[in-house]
Design a binder for this molecule. Structure first.
Ligand SMILES: N[C@@H](CCC(=O)N[C@@H](CS)C(=O)NCC(=O)O)C(=O)O
Length: 206
């Protein structure tokens, strides 16, 4: 079950349990002993166990300070957290209102709420698009924890948009570059990072 992954090649390797999570391996007693919520990522290092992706990122940043993921100055750190919290408090819940019904085959039942969430999503994505048409990364002049935290929300949305269930919704997300060229270019920059392939969920390749 344990799989080796890393944070982009520059922060050193860590061991996360990820393969098999969607086949139920995260409910193994061995895994639940590490993380009773049965969630990935979960990090184990010489008996030290940590869950929650942001906590793991903060830990790795402290352990491998170069390049810093949480900023080189007070203002950078503030901006990075601003982007992270904007995404966890707003973008992620909006994305879930759209993605969950698609993945769970409940589009017909939840169509009204999906439509409402779609409007909110467009507003969030347009803000990102405007920002990324002026700068390469979301919070600072180089890759930061903000980009790493936001990226999976975008990727899950795109995966949902590609599902048969999403066809009737006209989400306007595919191809991303047509509506959001700067966001698409940012996504390409993330995908080109060293180690990206190792972080890609194995079951998404199937
Ligand atoms: N807030 C957590 C979310 C973790 C999470 O939801 N992980 C998902 C995969 S992205 C998971 O483990 N799902 C398996 C399950 O819930 O059974 C974090 O950022 O680490």
């Amino acid at each position: 079950m344990a799989r080796h992954a890393d944070t982009g090649g520059e922060k050193g390797d860590l061991c996360v349990s990820s393969s098999g999570v969607f086949q139920g391996a995260n409910q193994d007693p061995e895994f639940l002993a590490l993380n009773p919520r049965g969630k990935v990522p979960t990090l184990k290092e010489d008996g030290f166990v940590l869950s929650e992706s942001l906590a793991i990122m903060a830990y790795l940043d402290r352990k491998f300070p170069e390049p810093p993921l949480f900023g080189r100055s007070d203002r950078e750190t503030g901006r990075i957290w601003n982007v992270i919290l904007d995404s966890t408090d707003y973008l992620e819940p909006i994305g879930q209102r759209i993605g969950a019904p698609i993945f769970m085959g409940r589009v017909a039942e939840e169509r009204d709420d999906i439509r409402a969430a779609q409007k909110e999503l467009v507003s969030e994505l347009q803000k990102m698009e405007q920002k990324l048409s002026r700068q390469q990364w979301l919070a600072t002049e180089s890759l930061s924890a903000a980009d790493i935290a936001v990226y999976p929300f975008i990727e899950v949305l795109l995966r949902a948009a590609g599902k048969e269930e999403a066809r009737s919704l006209d989400l306007g997300l595919l191809p991303l570059g047509e509506t959001y060229p700067a966001l698409a270019a940012w996504r390409d920059r993330i995908k080109a990072l060293p180690g990206y392939d190792k972080t890609y969920p194995p079951h998404w390749r199937q």
